[in-house]
Design a protein around this ligand. Sequence first.
Ligand code: FAD
Length: 481
Amino acid sequence: GPSIVWFRDDLRLADNQALTAAVAAPAPLLCVYIFDEESEGFRPHGGASRWWLHHSLAALGGEISKKGGRLDLFRGRAKDILPALAAAASAGAAFWTRRYGGAEIALDTVLKTRLVAAGVKTQSFNGQLLHEPWEVKRGARGSFMVYSPYWRAALALPDAGAPLDAPEKILASPYSRGAPKRKSLDELGLLPKRCDWAAGLSANWRPGEKGAQKRLGDFLANGLQAYASARDRPADDAISRLSPHLRFGEISPRQIFAAVRAAETERPELKAGASKFLGELGWREFNYHVFFSHPNAATTNLQRRFDAMPWRDPPLHELKAWRRGQTGYPLVDAGMRELWTTGFMHNRARMAAASFLVKHLLIDWRIGEEWFWDTLCDADPANNPMNWQWVAGSGADAAPYFRVFNPVLQGEKFDPRGDYVRRWIPELAALPDKWIHKPWAAPAAVLLEARVELGKTYPKPVVDLADGRDRALKAFEAVRR
Ligand code: FAD
């Protein structure tokens, strides 16, 4: 019978071990994607990820067709659909790339048992990480909770190896009668329904394997050399923007790792940038390592003493101001508007915006995490909660809670000429650099000349920075050891 290739968070043909193994078996393929929001414990995709997923599946389906195969789409519980499909098609084998969420692992385990019992050989592979979470070991003491020793240990392991080429041909199995009903891409219902808010996403992104490879190529040519210093400046184009492509597995970390290593061998001037950049990929690996042993990280403080943190009942107007980029703090607002418009936010702005919510507004990090989950194209089950917990101080290897980001100083340091703020907050564009990160402090004549009317064209600060900071530090006393 045919082999099933079950695509999940690995929407690519190259360096896909599951696909390569399936193609090597002498049987035609059933390439399958199941949009599953019903399985127990699965976290439903946010709006921006659904948009991304739609276009990524369109791209994957196109690439599979070009190779002679076919991508079949389903909607519903994988636990029902996959065994029914295997039975109807008399499949001999099923292949997939591993994922690392608690509910996903539990489901895959159940499915494996059921399929094997039905005579279907199953095989799973690594494809989303350089190293499996359990491969990076901390002696006899279990898993790492601190990044630096983790990444040192990971780098000391044997190299993840050379990435695989995409298969040349995919032989499609005919579709069996009696198999679960296939859906068209539109029937999955992933695109925005009421108003189409996705124009800014379409303008900025090209989901799919080709788009991912193009980003990587552009970054190696133009971004990597200056990356170590320029990555912190949100107005610069020094970052890779590979995160949504990685999230959906349109590119593998192994492909990125190998390409960066090859580039720095050829051009030694890339060394500093390369090591910093690979270290960031290391944060992704580390977050998955921790996530694997803390599957509830999106809802539970990694440091349990933070359970006693006296978060405020969030006042709706403050929450709204934060979400809409109307807090009165330009760096925070620029970030939140970039997020709403493009489905992405620069890491420096993410830290400032998250810290502002958690500290100056004293609002539970989980509320911010949910908003990011809904609006980020790269919304990632490990990276999003881990980074929020890092900012909140409750995470693994987190910044200490009392280190409060000051959005004015952050802005002056990392966006010194205000280019990032002017790009996203045009109503402040005419303010001189000196006041661009603190318009409320500007003399009346300056505001007048720049046609800024605080409280009208741009909001007054939603909270005083010193007051917010003091309140946060006082609240933190409750959980301090
Ligand atoms: P680059 O600077 O080019 O880095 C390359 C890759 O390294 C990234 O694509 C990413 O995979 C990884 N990386 C970089 N920084 C981090 C980091 N701090 N933690 C983990 N991996 C990292 N990243 C996500 O992928 N998904 C999320 O949902 C997410 N939520 C975040 C929430 C908050 C509050 C914060 C502060 C950060 C979050 N990040 C998240 C991490 C980081 O901001 C993004 O990975 C990065 O901005 C993506 O841009 P890039 O691909 O150009 O990164």
